[in-house]
Design a protein around this ligand. Structure first.
Ligand SMILES: [Zn+2]
Length: 66
């Protein structure tokens, strides 16, 4: 549990930002964020937008299609 050994990523690291509202998370996405792979690229969604996004995904998934 040596959290003091944590080294922040260098400025070269791409910053993760919400693909929906544009909130910048930093060099890496928090565990509460959602990552979606679409069109060969990664898209992140913040906690609030992930909730809305999941709802949209679930609404598209018809239980009858399983
Ligand atoms: Zn967002």
């Amino acid at each position: 549990m040596d959290e003091e050994n944590y080294h922040p990523a260098l400025s070269e690291a791409p910053h993760v930002f919400c693909g929906r509202c544009g909130t910048i998370a930093g060099p890496s996405a928090p565990p509460t964020w959602m990552c979606a792979v679409e069109g060969g690229g990664r898209h992140y969604f913040c906690e609030n937008c992930a909730r809305a996004h999941i709802r949209a995904i679930e609404s598209r998934l018809d239980p009858a299609s399983w």
